[in-house]
Design a protein around this ligand. Structure first.
Ligand code: PLP
Length: 379
């Protein structure tokens, strides 16, 4: 079945005991053991819960993996996956990485003796040059946040396999509807499910999916050892959001390309970053590894003052941290997603004081363009 159908028709569509067409929320923290010697499938909710399991199996199926793991946030998923590393290991990370991931790598992993190098992952020669004998993980984010840079997933996987390292990929922006990294050889797929997967700005959640049984066993152990699991109510919200993922993403992606084209033509916009524009670096690579361009774009105004004026007059999108929701969300990376990054580092990566990120929601595109047009007239 197509993923679009799988979102609605899957193992968890109907509760086997009651016929309920919504996954039951099991608020139990513990489970009675009917036999002294043989414990049942579930014993304690940190290690397993049927509601969380429904989400974990659903995301594993959608990503084409063997096991999925649900965490209390995207950062909990990413941090737990990093616990696969040990002291003395090295991780090669894409330059244009989410600010929270940057923080855990630079401020936390470094204290535990885990080394890192940031590299422009769009440049495969640079990736190859920076792999060290102790490199254990190559960490990708594509399209990346906030510059929508595109990494050649197959190219990085090939290098990683040649050097015996694992590959992690943050698939938050694309979701399995548009891109399935495990099919391209990636080892661990990570998500901030807070975004498109849940889709309604009402839950914070994270997911990880793997294709290899041995890795699944290790990650399962880390999940219940570290314990940053997703609560059942939140797991249910993500499951409900997933049912409409395809239609939401289709609508928002269609609007995003129109908005990107409008901004690209506008004289007050210095640059538009959107993989769907043919001049975008990586446009062709993205087309070869993904099924669509997504609903997030970034654009550059002259400076911070221009940004302030625009944000003051733009009325349709909310101005907030986050993305991937039913409502359009306008963000200012310099003070939001990338506030954890020192200014010099931020500027070096092209995340300037004039950059805005826009996650396109479900509003009518004509309303969005009209709103942006009038807001830009004040800039
Ligand atoms: C690409 C990406 N990865 C990870 C995260 C972290 O996820 P969470 O906020 O759910 O912890 C975010 C959050 O904005 C993100 O945009």
């Amino acid at each position: 079945m197509d993923l679009q159908t799988q979102l609605v028709h899957n193992k968890w569509q109907i509760d086997a005991q009651t016929g309920a067409v919504s996954v039951p929320i099991h608020h139990a923290s513990t489970f009675h053991q009917f036999d002294f010697d043989t414990f049942g499938k579930y014993d304690y909710s940190r290690s397993g819960n049927p509601t969380r399991e429904a989400l974990e199996e659903t995301i594993a199926e959608l990503e084409g993996g063997v096991s999925g793991f649900a965490f209390a946030s995207g950062m909990a998923a990413i941090s737990t996956a990093f616990l696969l590393l040990s002291k003395g290991d090295h991780v090669l990370v894409t330059d244009d990485v989410y600010g929270g991931t940057y923080r855990i790598i630079t401020d936390v992993l470094s204290r535990f003796g885990i080394e890192h190098t940031f590299v422009d992952m769009t440049d495969l020669d640079a990736v190859a040059r920076h792999i060290r004998p102790n490199t254990k993980v190559i960490y990708m984010e594509t399209p990346s946040n906030p510059l929508l840079k595109i990494t050649d997933i197959r190219g990085v996987v090939k290098l990683a396999k040649a050097h015996g390292c694992l590959t992690f990929l943050d698939n938050t922006f694309a979701t399995p509807i548009l891109q399935r990294p495990l099919d391209l050889g990636v080892d661990v797929v990570l998500h901030s499910a807070t975004k498109f997967l849940a889709g309604h700005s009402d839950v914070v959640a994270g997911l990880a999916v793997v294709k290899d049984e041995r890795l699944a066993k290790e990650l399962r152990k880390l999940q219940y050892s570290f314990g940053a699991v997703l609560g059942v109510q939140d797991a249910w919200l993500v499951l409900r959001g997933l049912k409409t993922l395809h239609v939401r993403l289709e609508h928002s992606s269609r609007s995003a390309i129109q908005l990107a084209q409008f901004l690209h033509r506008h004289p007050k916009v210095a640059h538009v970053y959107y993989p769907g524009l043919s001049h975008h670096d990586g446009h062709i690579i993205h087309r070869e590894q993904a099924r669509g361009f997504g609903a997030v774009l970034s654009f550059e105004l002259e400076d911070e003052q221009a940004v302030r004026t625009f944000v003051k007059h733009a009325h349709v999108p909310i101005f907030a941290v986050s993305l991937g929701a039913v409502e359009s969300i306008l963000s200012y990376p310099a003070k939001m997603s990338h506030a954890a990054m020192p200014k010099a580092e931020r500027h070096r990566r092209g995340i300037t004081d004039g950059l805005l990120r826009m996650s396109v929601g479900l509003e009518a595109i004509d309303d969005l363009i009209a709103d942006f047009e009038q807001a830009l007239s004040y800039v």
